[in-house]
Write a protein that binds this ligand. Sequence first.
Ligand code: MTE
Ligand code: MO
Length: 402
Amino acid sequence: MTPPAPPPPSQGRTAAPRKQKGWRLPLPPVRPPSFSGRLHDARTATSVGRRLGAAFLVCFATGLISHYLQHPPGWAAGLLPGRPVWGYRLSQGLHVGSGLAAIVLLLVKLWAVYPRLFAWPPVRGVRHALERLSVAVLVAAAVLEVFTGLLNIAQWYPWPFGFVQTHFALAWVVTGSLLLHVAVKVPDIRAHWSRRSPGTLELPARDGPDRRSLMLGVGAAVGAVTLTTAGQAFTPLARLDLLAPRHPRHGPQGLPVNRTAAAAGITDRAVRDWLLEVRGPVPYRLTLDQLRSMPRAQARLPIACVEGWSADAHWSGVRIRDLLERAGARRGAGLRVTSLEAGGAYQVMEMGRGYAEDPLTLLALELSGQVLAPDHGYPARVIAPNRPGVLQTKWVTLLEVL
Ligand SMILES: Nc1nc2c(c(=O)[nH]1)N[C@H]1C(S)=C(S)[C@@H](COP(=O)(O)O)O[C@H]1N2
Ligand SMILES: [Mo]
């Protein structure tokens, strides 16, 4: 008789013989790949993971800022701050910047941990099953979140669901499952957080140079992505702005345009017959010449698009608060603004009293010393401090005191 064949080599799994019980764990249906690389370990996962966690945290916080500036709960609508005027510009620049960095970090993190997909047995109990399930939710939500964000920057929406609602809801799923993941992994994270952590000695010292190279590569990739996109908002880097869809100075009057007058269906005729209607206790209408003859104010304010591009510009126009006062508005009134653009998400916009009373909030008639270009909202558009670009309504035709 030939002696029994030796058991197949296990991939680091100590298969304790359970002869006495009379059964053995079945082998995986497909032989799992073997990972000889030394970078798929907990230390690499922690190194990359803590950077990814930081990027997600910045993304989540700035995403909340953007969301609540656009959709404040009723009680907060009048309290939103108009200062600093560049606040939203900074916060949304960080949102898109950290989101782009997170894409690189997420890919590396998934590469570092993917051997665990082949762990055998796939589940070792209820706790383990729940843990794997939570990781599956985290990975799926995180991948979808950064993917939808990336395509939104390019204004490409190849899906049937609404981007904003989905991106917002997924942000909570990612954050919740990330907190759970971190809580479950606290022991690993503590053991591998720094080189002086207690777990360090368990890992072979020879891995150090490999991990350093990997982290250098990650840093270089994040740096390259950031340097070639940050210029869309951070104008000193505008010359390096190679990968972002927008350049902060490319467009009519040196300012980018998301939706042109043609795309918004603004006809010559609608513009020719244009009147500004102001509804309030004392309603009135103004022709363009009458509006132009009102006292003017100037403001240097950025357009800061939710998609991450932003640019400062010099605006001249009539203060919204002067127009509201003339309509007999009481102090503390809010405002509804309607565009000539028929339908769509941008036709109607509301602003709380904080913005409506702000001396920098203008119904702008000029940009950089010239009459507004059609694509920038001719004859008149809203420009207000520290507000998302989506709320800077173009082709304004109606103001209503609320
Ligand atoms: N009526 C209307 N207003 C609008 C838009 C629009 O599509 N329609 N786009 C908004 C968005 S998303 C941005 S970022 C700014 C851009 O202003 P700009 O095209 O003058 O740079 O206008 C905002 N105002
Ligand atoms: Mo925008």
